[in-house]
Design a protein around this ligand. Sequence first.
Ligand code: PNS
Length: 165
Amino acid sequence: MKKVVYPGSFDPVTLGHLDIIRRSSKVFDIVYVCVLNNSVKKTPLFSHAERVNMLKDVVKEFDNVFIESYQGLLVDFVKEKDANVIIRGLREITDFDSELQMAQGNHLVSPDIETLFMATDPKYSFISSSMVREFAGYGRSVKGFVPEIILPRIEEKVKNNSGGF
Ligand code: PNS
């Protein structure tokens, strides 16, 4: 069984993330999408549980994709799943520096784990979760940025967070 782990903070999941999930599910037998915390970033907008639930809703059509939640190091999660491949999407050159650092750091601490990069479909390369949070926070629709099924949850969050973005 070829297993891959697709990690991220998914705050919230975007159409770009979903595209990487869809394409990975064709290349690997099992895809574990792992919701982690990114300590470099501020407190997430959506709670861990909310991010997991949104992902669960958007991957229902894939029978080899599993949504997981983990508090800890990515490499430890990968080992727990008996996998040895991490996949990350690369949108543009500005992603490269930090992604390379992360891949090389993970490789140093866990040489058996490989990181592979998948080029983002150009139609999604401008999309980021932070852009979604910004537009949504100012009351703009994020249709076209995120899977339609999660739009109501984002709108609800904005309502409950008025002034808090
Ligand atoms: O979607 P993001 O925020 O770019 O994802 C980054 C993430 C969550 C994959 C990364 O921060 C991570 O792996 N966090 C878990 C802690 C960890 O393993 N840190 C060491 C590598 S940076």
